[in-house]
Design a protein. Structure first.
Lengths: 88, 966
């Protein structure tokens, strides 16, 4: 059972968290053609390696981003989303 | 008692407390502190079990909890290992998997056929023809198997324990004890576990006659007991290590889920067998087993023994056994150079013959293999091959094997450690350890007790540094000095093929040759083909030799050959310790007790428990219909506290809601409600509810009972992404909600509220804040069930008061409570879909006729871009209402039953009701658009296969002009 570090509440057991899927920088829908938009909403990258993911700390209602290396089963860092950090 | 030695210092048995017990129906006597194996051995019993496949007699081999051939049943417990089963008064044990008895097992005939039963034989012989395999399998399971399960077994829920510590130390031998004291003196909270009933590890068998070692052991134990922050747990097995040092500990009572900030594994090694002909005969055992028998249980392992050795331990063993009056006939040392250390000299002084460069070629038995009579030793040539023609016979009734060790490394592997084969010790030793994981002692390739103590301290300090303790002097890493404790290849072929590599599964050396000939050249494949390491002891005594064999076959290094994957649990644990209660969150509304008292039939709806209807269990249909009729004609009251209740406030609240929902809210008037429909990014309908504007920057939003939790979560995510100035609070549990519905509802409510609820002052889709029955309340006029009605939201703590006041005031009007099944019927009659019930994971608004809820020309809402794409495409299906005719005497369709056109599936039923206030069955269904116009016939296939015909009709079924709810 893993421990995940919530940026607000510190290290907590994984049961307190909810996985929110791959993090994708928000795009302007108007800038994408239909096919690209379809990719954007339906396609998820499955290849192993360093993933950026949404995680939610249920007890405190905190969404944050975790950078996780699922090859090494290692969380690299967790941080709150900001447009500056999320879109780089 | 024939084999019990005089009292030994530190023995684990209590001679003051003799115990009577039975094995295979014969009575014996042992002592408190004995295990079943030691007590039987003391009584001269040599056959403790039969092997899995060939039913060969087996005795004590490891006496370390790995004797998987000495399995017994006691009462309804089975597959208990005799070598760790504590003796109890009147224990009645019997061997598993025998026909007749363990001493005369009729299934031993299997051994005669063993040459015809090579590994892989079953796969090849019994799978053609396929249809006969179940028969063969049934027969094979009777012959090859373990204990029988008692079907009368009484289920027992075992509570789990949770625990935390700074440092978990696994193994209380020299390294573990030293580590515990070092860490304990630094103030770390230490848990020290050992699977044995007493601490001390190899101090208690290998170093019993060594005064200095004994003194150190005493000192360490005294310190461990003196330090309050060291929690010593004996009889506790660390069986699995999971992510972030979450360790599963097992004792007799329960599983403990331990989270340790650091884990130090000082679990030691498993002594390893040598492979020679009949190496499984009772009386042949590991050197460590012989020493455990002598020092822990004061039992003579044999009276006249031969030692097969390849390390210094073998010579120490020879001196030790001699001291206890055991005649050591000879030492056969696999190494041509023998042992030059003082331990070797001492054996020479004792006059024990030493055969250097010799192995045991075969063991000789009589009485159908149950009694060892001697061994044939033979020299090895320079390549290490046997020279049987030069063999010599050595009479003996026991053999002690001391040729090498393999690390007890399961936990380390599971935690992500990487190992490397070190030729200095001829053993895998940890090469890289993940942060927070430490190894010390024999598992780390350190073999003398004094060095193990230092290595334990070294690892404890490294752990303390890892845990952030300052000013710690590190101890440099030790390396093994002297000759390797393990032999690189203690494996010898024999034409008769009873030289076992794996005792659990009766796999002999030739099976590996077969596997290799079949092309299995990878350790994981060899394991699965031969089943080596797949028996109850999980290869603790066989994996290392299997790797050595495969490496030689492949002409590869041990490192290149690799190991099989270690998975938790690394030792069998009682399944009852794992089973237990399951915890499901359950939510009850504040009115739960009232509903039960009123005779409600309660049912689970998601996490909630809700009244389905009020009435007898066998009057379900008529009760629901009666409640529905009553709401339509007079007035009813329902507890809708399960509704999601969210408060959205802040300057950007309206903007936020416009981005989430498909409708518009910027210009919504205060004191007004709007319907809200929300989609996800793909355009799928996600949620619906009403949105009340209480103030310019204050909205009160309801969401579905089942979906509100995840919807709230998604709102929080969108809020972060949008970066809007808005606060979202989930008030679902804080507030109760009651829905008063029916033509008389206004007359009931007006008695209890200060709000002017006349039709002019409080119109349909209005919202008002005031009091009801003296309690602060938010009132919403919604057409919830298609009648005049009011939704009353009050603090949860006041719910019972308001509910009872409404019932009291409503009595002259005949007010009755109604349940959620009635509500569903009433809403179905009004054509209200339930999101997630009448819609699925692909339903977009146009499919469910919800286009009206989507605001035109809105620049953005979640899902808008996807809907734009979807709207360019033709509809594939549509949600329609239908009615049934002539259903008498026919099976009635249910939800999810298919709608067919010939043999083609053209739709499915999403909701259906047999009895409605409309006097005929109604339902909703997804159908292909060509069938969606009113009047279209629908052929519905029911469960028994008969077809019922329905007819599409326009929605809503009831009050199509919505006159009653206005």
């Amino acid at each position: 059972m893993k421990i995940l570090t919530c940026p607000l509440n510190g290290p907590r057991p994984i049961q307190e968290f909810h996985y929110g899927g791959e993090f994708r920088p928000p795009l302007d829908p108007a800038q994408l053609n239909d096919a690209d938009w379809g990719q954007e909403v339906h396609h998820r990258h499955g290849e192993p390696g360093v993933k950026r993911e949404w995680w939610y700390h249920t007890a405190s209602g905190t969404w944050f981003i975790a950078e996780r290396d699922n090859l090494q089963d290692r969380v690299i860092q967790t941080y709150l989303y900001t447009p500056e950090r999320g879109n780089d | 008692m024939t084999s019990r030695l005089p009292p030994q210092p530190g023995e684990w048995i209590n001679r003051e407390q003799p115990l009577d017990f039975q094995f295979e129906g014969v009575s014996y006597q042992g002592f408190t502190g004995d295990v079943l194996s030691s007590a039987l051995w003391a009584n001269g019993v040599r056959v403790l079990g039969r092997s899995f496949k060939y039913h060969r007699p087996r005795g004590i081999y490891s006496l370390a909890n790995h004797d998987a051939n000495a399995l017994v049943s006691v009462g309804s417990r089975t597959n208990l290992r005799a070598d760790c089963l504590p003796l109890e008064a009147n224990l009645q044990a019997s061997a598993v998997n025998t026909l007749g008895s363990v001493s005369r097992d009729h299934l031993a005939i299997m051994d005669r056929f063993s040459r015809f039963l090579p590994v892989g034989f079953y796969y090849k012989a019994f799978h053609t023809p396929r249809r006969l395999f179940p028969f063969y399998e049934n027969q094979m399971r009777k012959v090859a198997g373990l204990g029988r399960i008692d079907p009368q077994y009484r289920e027992a829920a075992t509570a789990k324990q949770y625990d935390f510590c700074d440092l978990l130390i696994v193994g209380a031998g020299p390294a573990g004890l030293s580590a515990a004291v070092d860490a304990g003196e630094r103030g770390l909270r230490v848990i020290l576990v050992d699977e044995n009933p007493h601490p001390g590890g190899s101090f208690t068998w290998q170093w019993r006659r060594h005064a200095e070692a004994l003194e150190r052991c005493e000192q360490l134990l005294n310190r461990v007991h003196a330090l309050d922050n060291i929690d010593l747990r004996v009889g506790t097995l660390a069986a699995g290590c999971y992510s972030d040092r979450w360790v599963a500990l097992f004792d007799q009572q329960r599983m403990t889920k331990l989270r340790a900030a650091a884990v130090l594994v000082a679990s030691g090694c498993f002594e390893q067998p040598a492979v020679f002909q009949n190496n499984d005969a009772p009386g042949i055992m590991l050197g460590s087993a012989a020493q455990r028998l002598v020092h822990r249980y004061a039992v003579q392992p044999f009276s006249q023994g031969v030692i097969l050795g390849a390390n210094r331990d073998a010579y120490r063993l020879a001196s030790d056994l001699t001291t206890h009056g055991i005649d050591v006939t000879a030492i056969c040392d696999l190494r041509p150079e023998g042992e030059s250390s003082p331990a070797g000299t001492r054996v020479q002084e004792l006059g024990i013959p030493i055969y250097r460069g010799y192995t045991i070629y075969q063991a000789e038995t009589r009485r159908r293999g149950t009694q060892l009579t001697g061994v044939i030793a033979c020299p090895l040539d320079r390549q290490g091959d046997t020279q049987p023609q030069a063999g010599l016979s050595l009479p003996c009734d026991g053999v002690a094997v001391s040729v090498g060790w393999a690390p007890d490394a399961g936990l380390l592997y599971q935690a992500g450690a990487r190992f490397q084969y070190q030729s200095a010790v001829e053993q895998f030793v940890p090469h890289t350890l993940p942060p927070g994981l430490f190894a010390a002692g024999r598992v780390n390739g350190i073999f003398s007790w004094a060095d193990q103590c230092i290595d334990g301290q070294r690892a404890a300090r490294a752990a303390a540094i890892h845990l952030g303790h300052p000013d710690i002097t590190e101890i440099p890493t030790l390396t093994h000095q002297g000759t390797p404790p393990s032999h690189p290849y203690p494996i010898f072929p024999h034409p008769e093929k009873h030289n076992f590599v794996d005792f659990d599964e009766d796999i002999h050396l030739a099976d590996f040759k077969n596997a290799h000939q079949e092309g299995y050249d990878n350790i994981e494949l060899v394991k699965r083909f031969t089943t080596v390491g797949m028996g109850p002891s999980q290869g603790k005594l066989s994996n290392m030799n299997a790797i050595r064999i495969l490496a030689r076959q492949n002409n590869a290094t041990i490192d290149a050959t690799g190991t099989t994957t270690s998975r938790p649990f690394q030792h069998p644990v009682p399944i009852g310790h794992l089973a237990g209660r399951r915890f499901h969150p359950l939510r009850r509304t504040p009115l739960d007790a009232w509903h039960r008292q009123a005779g409600a039939q309660m049912a689970h709806a998601g996490a909630w428990l809700r009244p389905e209807y009020y009435g007898a269990a066998d009057e379900r249909a008529q009760s629901i219909l009666a409640e529905a009729e009553h709401v339509r004609q007079r007035v009813g009251l329902i507890d809708v506290s399960t509704l999601g209740k969210l408060q959205v406030t802040g300057p950007d609240a309206a903007e936020f809601l416009e981005r989430i929902y498909t409708g518009r809210f910027q210009k919504q008037s205060t004191q007004r409600l709007r319907y809200g429909l929300a989609c996800d990014e793909t355009g799928t309908v996600l949620e619906d509810g009403v949105i009340a504007r209480l103030a310019h920057d204050h909205f009160y939003v309801t969401a579905t009972s089942g979906g509100s939790g995840s919807f709230y979560r998604e709102l929080l995510r969108w809020r972060q992404l949008f970066q809007l100035d808005v606060q979202i609070s989930n008030l679902t549990g804080q507030l109760a909600a009651l829905n008063l519905a029916g033509p008389d509802s206004r007359d009931v409510l007006k008695e209890l509220t200060c709000i002017d609820i006349s039709g002019e002052a409080f119109p349909y889709l209005g919202v008002r804040v005031g009091t009801v029955a003296g309690v602060p309340a938010t009132l919403m006029r919604v057409g919830f069930v298609g009648e005049l009605g009011y939704e009353i939201h009050v603090p949860a703590s006041s719910a019972v008061h308001v509910w009872e006041q409404l019932c009291e005031t409503g009595r002259p009007f005949g007010l009755k409570p109604f349940g959620v099944e009635t509500q569903r019927l009433l809403r179905l009659e009004k054509g209200h879909l339930i999101v997630g019930h009448d819609t699925d994971a692909l339903t977009y608004p146009a499919e469910a006729d919800l286009q009206w809820a989507i605001a035109q020309n809105k620049p953005f809402f979640v899902g808008s871009r996807s809907l734009e794409i979807l709207q360019k495409r033709p509809l594939m299906r549509k949600l329609v209402g239908f009615r049934l005719k002539d259903t008498e005497d026919k099976p009635f369709p249910e939800e999810c039953h298919l709608i067919l056109d010939g043999e083609t599936i053209v739709g499915r039923v999403t909701s259906i009701a047999r009895d409605s206030t409309l006097k005929h069955p109604i339902g909703m269904a997804f159908v292909e658009p060509r069938l969606a116009s009113p009047g279209s016939p629908l052929a519905i296939r029911t469960a028994p296969g008969t077809t019922v015909t329905g007819e599409v009709c326009s929605l809503p079924f009831y009050d199509p002009d919505n006159l009653r709810q206005q």
